[in-house]
Design a protein around this ligand. Structure first.
Ligand code: ATP
Ligand code: ATP
Ligand code: MG
Ligand code: MG
Ligand code: MG
Ligand code: MG
Ligand code: MG
Length: 269
């Protein structure tokens, strides 16, 4: 039969770098919004936490999990999301650049596509971007420690931001004054300022702010209306049908302790 014509330029293929992720390791892609400090200001994000922005981030992460292959868990906070591909994935022959670019572009296009659903009265003023990186973890323990690191980061930043913005919004301090007030304080000091000056018990702050968002696949009952076509009728009859679908479901729970992993052993299978 006829063979595909090959040009004399084909040899340039051999120059591509081999970026195969090490076999049997967990592959993690982490995205982070580019210059979101400014993006948040320009789009009037509520401080310290804009829940519209957090829910939009999670919608984009759910879209990534549904559109791409083999993501078993995702974790997000602030302007970042991490996606974990299953140990034995062979998607795109485990090429790091494919994982990273597909995650980043699917996420960024979803952010723009779904913006209006979350920011009804706030127009999107310019196209946002996200950076991506790939890290592979060789064991379940290192993967769990990676996710713990991100959740600990969420906690540390959120405790700081909660006091920082209370000092500005409720005590009238300037950002420079609030920063000075918090210089050198420990977690206990910040909790104490919140409680004594603002009557805020940090542990009662919403979990989504304190813990971030974990996405795992769970069975969900979905009620759909289905049109049943009968041969004798022009218009179909509408009927409610319940279907069980597996979807990426958001949780705002601790993932640092053992309880989460004991409750969901299938994630690390
Ligand atoms: P870089 O491009 O280096 O990532 P950056 O400005 O995005 O720069 P980050 O360290 O990623 O810096 O911090 C993200 C910033 O975005 C936060 O400091 C905060 O100001 C803002 N931000 C992100 N999400 C929210 C949110 N849900 N509510 C309020 N502010 C947010
Ligand atoms: P993959 O995800 O592997 O890239 P693909 O379907 O995108 O799959 P490509 O080899 O990238 O495959 O080919 C892109 C295809 O998109 C073309 O074969 C063509 O069918 C379609 N396409 C792209 N641009 C145009 C265009 N300007 N006009 C018409 N068709 C187009
Ligand atoms: Mg950064
Ligand atoms: Mg950022
Ligand atoms: Mg960030
Ligand atoms: Mg192609
Ligand atoms: Mg293509």
């Amino acid at each position: 039969g006829a063979t595909m014509a090959k040009s004399k330029f084909e040899y340039v293929r051999d120059f591509k770098a081999d970026d195969t992720c090490l076999a049997h390791c967990w592959v993690v892609v982490r995205l982070d919004g580019r210059n979101f400090h400014r993006f948040a200001e320009r789009h009037n994000f509520a401080k310290p936490n804009d829940s519209r922005a957090l829910h939009l981030m999670t919608k984009c992460a759910q879209t990534v999990m549904e559109e791409l292959e083999d993501i078993v868990i995702a974790y997000g906070q602030s302007d970042e999301y991490s996606f974990v591909f299953k140990r034995k994935t062979n998607w795109f022959k485990r090429r790091a650049s494919k994982f990273m670019t597909h995650v980043a572009s699917q996420f960024a296009s979803s952010y723009v596509f779904y913006w209006r659903n979350y920011f009804e009265d706030q127009p999107l003023l310019y196209p946002p971007g996200f950076d991506g990186r790939v890290v592979v973890y060789p064991s379940n323990q290192t993967l769990k420690d990676y996710l713990s690191w991100r959740q600990a980061d969420c906690h540390i930043n959120n405790l700081y931001n909660t006091v920082f913005w209370a000092l500005i919004q409720q005590s009238g301090l300037t950002p420079v004054e609030a920063q000075g007030r918090l210089q050198g304080t420990l977690a206990a000091d910040k909790n104490e300022i919140l409680f004594s000056e603002f009557n805020i018990n940090y542990n009662n702050e919403p979990l989504i702010y304190r813990k971030g968002t974990v996405l795992i696949w769970q069975k969900v009952d979905e009620v759909m209306t289905k049109e049943i076509k009968l041969p004798t009728e022009m218009e179909g009859k509408k009927m409610a049908v319940t279907r069980t679908k597996t979807k990426p479901v958001p949780l705002h729970c601790d993932i640092i302790g053992d309880a989460f992993w004991k409750e969901h052993p299938e994630i690390l299978d």
